[in-house]
Ligand binder design. Sequence first.
Ligand code: NAD
Ligand code: SAH
Length: 413
Amino acid sequence: MSDIKDISLAASGWDKIKWVESYMPVLKLIREEFRRTTPFAGMRISTSIHLEAKTAYLALTLREGGADVHVTGCNPLSTQDDVAAALASDGMEVFARHGVTDEEYDAHLRMALAHKPHLMIDDGGDLTNLIHGDCRGYGECLLGGCEETTTGVHRLIAREKAGLLDYPMINVNDADCKHLFDNRYGTGQSTLDGIMNSTNLIIAGKTVVIAGYGWCGRGVAMRVHGMGGLVIVTEIDPVKGIEAVMDGFRVMKMDDAAPLGDLFITVTGCSDVITGEHFKVMKDGVLLANAGHFDVEINKNDLAAQAVEVWQRKPNITGYRMADGRILNLLAEGRLVNLAAGNGHPAEIMDMSFSIQARCLEYIAKNHKKLENRVYQVPREIDMDVAKLKLAAVGAETDTLTPEQEKYLGLVL
Ligand code: NAD
Ligand code: SAH
């Protein structure tokens, strides 16, 4: 039995799903193919991904391929109740509600696993942790799964190194058609969308401190710069630091950036990037947002400990009044601002990420007998196939090497 907020919201959820379908041509093609080939016939799939319209379209695609799909979210604030209702109204088992407590969130993950999946998709590692811990029994039919995001992949690799990975996992994040577009352009646009949507303030002229200059950080910096913000980057990796300098940005320690910023955006995957000492020197009215991983990049406990008053100023904005009268504004409770205060990455981006997901699950379904309990890269042909289909969908074409060129490049003898 699904656990959702309100089934009567389904019509609005379907409108959203139909809208994104028009902008996800590659996944649509895969869906039509799956209808004919049914690669998941007789299989059960569990997914833990931000439950909004593009994810719903992925779930429908997997079901079209013959799977019994059980769905949950991967973040208490990113579930859209109308989308959850749409899927449930169509007979899918859905365990997700917006704004659940940590305990309810955990219970939903367990419910999504209870049908003992053959395949799974995780985003951040929460399902994986449960199957390797308390819910080990639910993993007994598992042939393998896919991980969507950078931090989840780091955790998987640590698990593999320790010899503690119980089934094969594919690292979707590192596919070119995933991180080059999703982490960079997707996070770049949707982070600003979430911030602007909740604050209704201007980016131009603001000093924006971006913590982390990886794929996400570069995307966010590029877009902030394009909108007239003054970018300061903080990093721990000297190569990324110098890259940010060469891209034209100031690079300094967070201790030095803290008094300068008007808007802070963390995208590191690390914890305690902004802490108590930083809050003490920040300007009145600053905005604090996280688009990295979980709600640990901005230390909320330190913030609460220094505040004399904490109140909800607007949806997705919590005000923290300091003893000296300054107000610091935390967006989306320090959780992913692009998903908790917005709709996440645009449909055209998730078209690629989720096409890779669909193809990788199909790959595991076909090849599981050959796979070991390791973290695998996405097969190159899947990455290239998605790139070619996307290129065709946007009406672009690349050249093809002539036999002479192949010889010249040393690709053939
Ligand atoms: P990445 O590894 O490419 O980049 C992270 C960067 O942060 C690295 O350059 C690292 O040196 C730096 N860093 C680490 N600790 C730091 C610290 N304490 N201070 C300053 N810099 C620090 O990873 P990525 O692909 O950019 O992903 C970053 C995070 O965002 C991950 O947690 C990932 O799961 C998440 N993510 C979020 C979204 C989204 O929709 N919001 C999308 C993709 C990835
Ligand atoms: N559960 C963690 C995981 C980080 S999520 C957390 O909530 O903190 C980061 C991932 O969200 C990215 O890798 C990206 O692919 C995914 N994402 C971004 N926009 C999305 C969208 N619109 N729908 C589904 N997933 C999305």
